[in-house]
Design a protein around this ligand. Structure first.
Ligand SMILES: C[S@@+](CC[C@H](N)C(=O)[O-])C[C@H]1O[C@@H](n2cnc3c(N)ncnc32)[C@H](O)[C@@H]1O
Length: 233
């Protein structure tokens, strides 16, 4: 009997696939809950998914009957791309989602009924986040973001995060990685505290902010879903 060994990857890629997939599965469920709760009837609503990345949130919305446009500065990537498995080639967008390659900082969201910024805003600097919140004021906006809490052990242990107070907003500066999940050209982004997030929304003239569900864990501390200027529960 011949016995052989086949060398595999020497160490898991970061983030480790099972963790990343479990976290994404949880977020996809949360998004579906949120759609059920706030927009159970898609009607003829138009949704724009900013920073769409792999496009799964956009596809869920499209399958429910929304008219969906996805925007990302990168060509649509797949989870296999993100986890460094399979071929690193952009996948084709699903036909039901219009895919636009562009910078969310200058993308005009006028005419869309719902704006999605899922896993996006914490990849932007503070001023770009404030501009975005002001530009989309009055439009229903779904945000899923990292929330910085300096007392959280995972946040404190993350060497990419540096606590700051900028223009009165407390949070952290995060060193971006340059991978598929990351910012386009800014080397640092701003992660607000929950309080700073609420004050940024107020300062941008948002009419309402609903924190949807409890904060949930990421590798770096807490994340939170928010619906701004949407239907009130
Ligand atoms: C963390 S991924 C989020 C992907 C998906 N929305 C999710 O939550 O799983 C962030 C995405 O935003 C995109 N992105 C970051 N900065 C951007 C910018 N200024 N303009 C357009 N896309 C940007 C990245 O290319 C990446 O696909």
């Amino acid at each position: 009997m011949r016995i052989a060994a086949l060398a595999g990857p020497t160490r898991p890629t970061a983030p480790r696939p099972h963790e990343a997939l479990a976290a994404l599965a949880h977020r996809l469920q949360a998004f579906q809950f949120l759609l059920d709760r706030f927009w159970p009837e898609p009607g003829s609503r138009r949704i724009v998914d900013l920073g769409a990345g792999h496009g799964l949130f956009a596809q869920i919305a499209a399958r429910r009957g929304f008219s969906v446009t996805a925007v990302d500065a990168r060509p649509q990537w797949t989870l296999a791309d993100a986890l460094s498995i399979g071929r690193k080639q952009p996948s084709r967008a699903r036909p039901e989602v219009a895919w636009i390659e562009g910078d969310v900082r200058s993308f005009d969201t006028a005419g869309f009924d719902v704006v999605l910024a899922i896993g996006l805003t914490y990849h932007l600097p503070l001023q770009a986040q404030r501009d975005f919140l002001r530009r989309t004021a009055g439009q229903a906006t779904v945000i899923d973001t990292e929330i910085y809490d300096p007392s959280d052990p995972d946040a404190a242990a993350c060497e990419r995060l540096r606590p700051v107070v900028l223009d009165g907003y407390d949070g952290a500066l995060c060193r971006e990685t340059g991978d598929l999940w990351s910012s386009i050209d800014n080397e640092e982004s701003f992660w607000p505290s929950h309080d700073a997030m609420l004050r940024m929304c107020a300062g941008a003239g948002r009419a309402s902010v609903i924190a949807v569900g409890a904060p949930y864990r990421s590798r770096f501390g807490w994340r939170q879903w928010y619906v701004l200027d949407g239907p009130l529960p």
